[in-house]
Design a protein around this ligand. Structure first.
Ligand code: NAD
Length: 328
């Protein structure tokens, strides 16, 4: 029996690591590629190439055949503490754009027709996200463009690149705009972690009666999508007739202070929230799932609570492991 083949770029990262597992479960032969091995679990990829996708020769060496499915998730990215401070702007734009330019052109030369590209809700205009109760993230609100970060501008450029290859080179690339994906086996410390993981870590490491710090006034709103549903949407989009761009996110919008309270509740701890200045991003953001429902006949439906419970359990275990290893 010949297996279908898949290429996952960014397989050493959070979403890519989970995607490799999912595709292996479906019976694919999978090649993973990343700058680094996965931090939290041994890869299940049949073949894992470590190298830099900014290097054309390396890209040509890993895209050496017509894979049945290609997922391009590699990017220079992180949470608010990485993408909103301004200190990493040149790297973010240069590194991610170079990866996308290299990967897409190499796929075209290999006559690979279809590449999945993970854009981000960060490409939506800031002026539509000033009201925390009524953010507008409908796909057609993207223009006139005005993302609030260089990370968002690079995503917008690359979205357009993938769609330009569809128009000019007969490709069928698929573009999704992810909204805050979270779950186990994601970055939870070190400065690149995002709000759910950072809050889980703070709650797990703070003793009863203490306080955890939350950036901003905590009234900024977001929605968070659990990893399994992100993968479901990703795979459905790649295999569909719809090119996107389309949101893959949750419509369950919460304030960051509420998110902190949910994590505290899951941990069963007695903690206070202390709001402090910090890098923030837009005031409000929520996924708008009308288009995905219409085009794919599917949209995420799991509750935030269920995903947070699993994520907290995993991060709490990581915290305990680290604590124990320091003692021995
Ligand atoms: P991640 O940082 O965990 O994974 C990205 C991976 O890309 C990392 O393992 C990194 O080492 C790899 N990479 C970076 N530069 C590379 C290079 N030059 N060569 C090879 N590999 C390189 O991030 P993630 O959360 O898994 O996100 C995956 C994709 O989804 C990214 O494109 C990201 O921008 C997008 N996205 C994620 C979210 C989210 O909430 N996680 C939201 C919107 C968009």
């Amino acid at each position: 029996m010949t297996h279908k083949t898949a290429l996952v770029l960014g397989a050493g990262g959070f979403i890519g690591g989970h995607l490799v597992k999912r595709l292996r479960r479906e019976g694919f032969w999978v090649r993973g590629v990343d700058l680094k091995a996965h931090e939290y679990s041994e890869t299940q990829a049949d073949d894992f190439a470590i190298g830099d996708l900014r290097e054309q020769d390396f890209v040509r060496s890993v895209i050496d055949r017509r894979f049945d499915e290609v997922y391009q998730l590699a990017a220079d990215m992180g949470g608010a503490g990485y993408i909103f401070t301004g200190e990493n702007d040149a790297d973010i734009m240069h590194n991610s754009a170079t990866i996308n330019l290299n990967v897409l052109e190499t796929c075209r030369r290999r006559t690979i027709k279809r590449v999945f590209y993970s854009s981000s809700a960060c490409m939506y205009p800031e002026h539509n996200q000033l009201d925390p109760d009524n953010p507008n993230c409908a796909e057609d609100s993207a223009y006139p463009a005005n993302p609030d970060s260089e990370y968002g501008w690079e995503k917008l450029f690359s979205e357009r690149l993938y769609l330009a290859y569809n128009r000019n080179h007969g490709m069928q690339n698929r573009v999704a705009r992810y909204h805050n994906i979270f779950g186990p086996e994601g970055t939870w410390d070190g400065g690149k972690e995002k709000a759910p993981a950072a809050l889980c870590r703070k709650v797990a490491t703070t003793a009863n009666g203490g306080k955890i710090e939350v950036w901003g006034d905590g009234k900024q709103t977001r929605s968070f999508l659990y990893i399994d549903e992100c993968l479901e949407g990703t795979i459905r989009l790649l295999r569909s007739d719809f090119q996107g761009p389309v949101n893959i996110g949750s419509e369950e919008m919460v304030t960051i202070n509420h998110l902190a309270d949910m994590v505290i509740g899951i941990a069963g701890k007695d903690l206070r929230v202390s709001n402090i200045p910090g890098p923030l991003g837009v005031r409000g953001r929520n996924s708008d799932n009308r288009l995905i429902r219409k085009m794919l006949g599917w949209a995420p439906s799991r509750t935030l609570q269920a995903g947070l419970e699993r994520t907290y359990t995993w991060i709490n275990t990581q915290v305990e492991k680290r604590h124990n290893s320091k003692r021995t």
